[in-house]
Design a protein around this ligand. Structure first.
Ligand code: SAM
Ligand code: SF4
Length: 321
């Protein structure tokens, strides 16, 4: 599916819930409003829409949230996605804390890869960021478990002012063969009130430990990370710095929120209310037309550098990252 700038949109992110067992300070504050259960798309509705997207060329589907594993039946949903014609890859983004319970079912369902989010290996800092105890140990266990089941794992870490000086410890997962990606804090939702850590400063910090770190042309998954390799690392370290290094010209993704709102760009609240169409009894052809129109009009680029132009006010937990 091409947009008006000729970008090929083949990657769909599904936020299957806005609920989460953690409260990361830059994502989902305590006391935020939750979407009513009846307003969240059923798995059947997600599957119908995904089938329509695949008929338009989407090949990779990522299941995210909120915390996707906080929704009952997530593994069964992965299995159903995998069975859709045209779906070449199903991945998940999770905070990893619930994987112990669901890892085997996800592997068995055919999950192709998992991105696990962890911002620091320091337990006290992790508690401060997520509001929960035991996150670091749980994530370490989940990474080992998923790898033992043969599901490729990547680690995602948001760069925060308070994690400056600690990124090396997290990057050591790459010594064990787990790609680590550092994500620049985006001024989305409550994230705009937090202070990020400059990706270039983080890279310099890493280069002090691995002086031979050098940019490589690796492409792992569907994301826009710039990867760096070192002879001492079994996996590369990536940076996803959407704010300071815009990569909109190669953006290949659209997002569907848990309410069934199709978002062509993170920054803007414009998009298509596919839930309203679904629930009004629209035929496939009508929904397809709306998807194509929305994707065609995907904005050229985000506007994080001019926050006054941002029209999106949803929390990241409602959008899915
Ligand atoms: N709960 C899952 C998790 O944490 O991986 C999936 C949903 S979460 C919204 C997806 C990703 O978005 C996480 O890696 C999270 O750290 C990231 N994220 C949330 N708010 C962000 C922000 N303001 N800037 C950059 N990344 C953010
Ligand atoms: Fe939950 Fe993920 Fe947001 Fe943290 S980043 S609050 S784990 S949805």
């Amino acid at each position: 599916m091409l947009d008006k700038f000729g970008r090929n949109i083949n990657y769909l992110r599904l936020s299957i819930t806005d609920r989460c067992n953690l409260r990361c300070k830059y994502c989902m504050p305590d006391g935020c409003d939750m979407v009513a259960h009846e307003d969240i798309l059923s798995y059947e509705e997600f599957l119908r829409l995904t089938r329509l997207f695949t008929s338009l060329g989407v090949e990779h589907v990522r299941v995210t949230g909120g915390e996707p594993l906080a929704r009952k039946g997530a593994a069964g949903f992965v299995r159903a996605l995998k069975a859709l014609p045209g779906v070449k890859k199903v991945s998940m983004t999770t905070n990893g804390t619930l994987l112990e319970k669901y890892a085997a079912a996800l592997a068995e369902a055919g999950l192709d890869s998992v991105n696990i989010s962890l911002d620091t290996t320091d337990p006290a800092l992790a508690r401060e960021i997520t509001g929960s105890d035991g996150v670091v140990d749980a994530v370490r266990g989940s990474i080992a478990l998923m790898r033992s089941l043969g599901v490729p794992v990547k680690l995602n870490a948001v760069l925060l002012a308070e994690t400056a000086g600690t990124v090396t410890e997290l990057a050591r997962f790459a010594e064990e063969g787990v790609p680590v990606r550092f994500i620049e804090l985006m001024p989305m939702g409550v994230g705009r009130f937090e202070r990020g850590y400059d990706p270039d400063a983080a890279l310099a910090e890493l280069k002090r430990v691995w002086p031979d770190l050098h940019a490589v042309d690796a492409r792992i998954g569907s994301g826009p990370a710039q990867y760096y390799a070192s002879a001492a690392l079994k996996a590369p370290i990536g940076f996803i710095d959407a704010v300071s290094h815009r990569f909109c010209s190669s953006c290949n993704r659209v997002r569907l929120t848990s309410r069934g709102f199709l978002k062509p760009c993170l920054c803007f609240d414009e998009g298509a209310d596919l839930r309203a169409l679904l629930r009004s009894g629209a035929a496939d052809a009508e929904i397809l037309g709306e998807i194509e129109k929305c994707v065609f009009n995907k904005p050229r680029q985000h506007c994080f550098d001019s926050p006054q132009d941002m029209t999106e006010s949803r929390l990241m937990s409602q959008i899915g990252g």
